[in-house]
Design a protein around this ligand. Structure first.
Ligand SMILES: NC(=O)c1ccc[n+]([C@@H]2O[C@H](COP(=O)([O-])OP(=O)(O)OC[C@H]3O[C@@H](n4cnc5c(N)ncnc54)[C@H](OP(=O)(O)O)[C@@H]3O)[C@@H](O)[C@H]2O)c1
Length: 163
């Protein structure tokens, strides 16, 4: 199962200068607890933003570059079709597509679930989430984030499943 997992601020902003535009530890915790034990699939730029393979997860990177340019143990897929084949061979695994915009755009017809964090704040951004036709999805969950000194925004976690 392919699941998109991302956070967006107002206007669908997801990235700025190769990084997340915000610091929201509660969302990082959500990301970690949701993906741990499963597979993360990242575009090469998003993978670079991690700085290292994510521990306790199967790391898949999508890149035109050869596997030898990535750390040992990382699975490198060279096309979106290779991602589709990878997913088709693992129908019972949770495969989290964690961005960025290029992957979210390219796999839109293939994604089974959407796990979205929406942050009600404005941030500078140079990367945006592509348009999603939410009419094709049903909301299956929502958790309102706790606003506190470390997480000084209103934010909500939502989950959607393809109809
Ligand atoms: N807010 C969030 O939840 C979130 C999530 C993820 C990322 N982000 C942010 O988004 C930004 C990065 O997103 P991005 O869209 O610029 O980049 P990206 O999707 O992470 O990576 C793009 C790279 O992926 C590879 N790629 C993409 N499509 C491919 C294909 N069809 N076949 C083979 N390789 C392919 C290419 O790598 P090569 O050049 O190596 O071939 C391409 O340069 C960063 O600012 C990041 O922090 C935010």
């Amino acid at each position: 199962m392919l699941i998109y997992l991302w956070a967006e601020s107002r206007g669908g902003v997801i990235g700025y200068r190769g990084q997340l535009p915000w610091h929201l530890p509660a969302d990082m915790h959500y990301f970690k607890t949701t993906t741990t034990g499963h597979t993360v699939i990242a575009g090469a730029k998003t993978f670079a933003s991690f700085g290292r393979p994510l521990p306790h997860r199967t790391n898949v990177v999508v890149s035109h570059r050869p596997a030898g340019e990535f750390p040992a143990g990382v699975t490198v897929l060279n096309s979106l079709d290779a991602v589709r084949q990878y997913a088709a061979a693992r129908p019972h695994e949770l495969l989290y597509v964690v961005g960025g915009a290029q992957l979210f755009t390219g796999l839109m017809a293939d994604v089974d679930r959407l796990y979205r964090t929406t942050i009600a704040a404005d941030f500078p951004g140079d990367t945006r989430m592509p348009a999603i036709d939410y009419a094709q999805f049903t909301k299956i969950g929502e958790q309102v984030g706790v606003r506190d000194a470390d997480n000084p925004y209103d934010y909500v976690f939502e989950q959607f499943e393809r109809r």
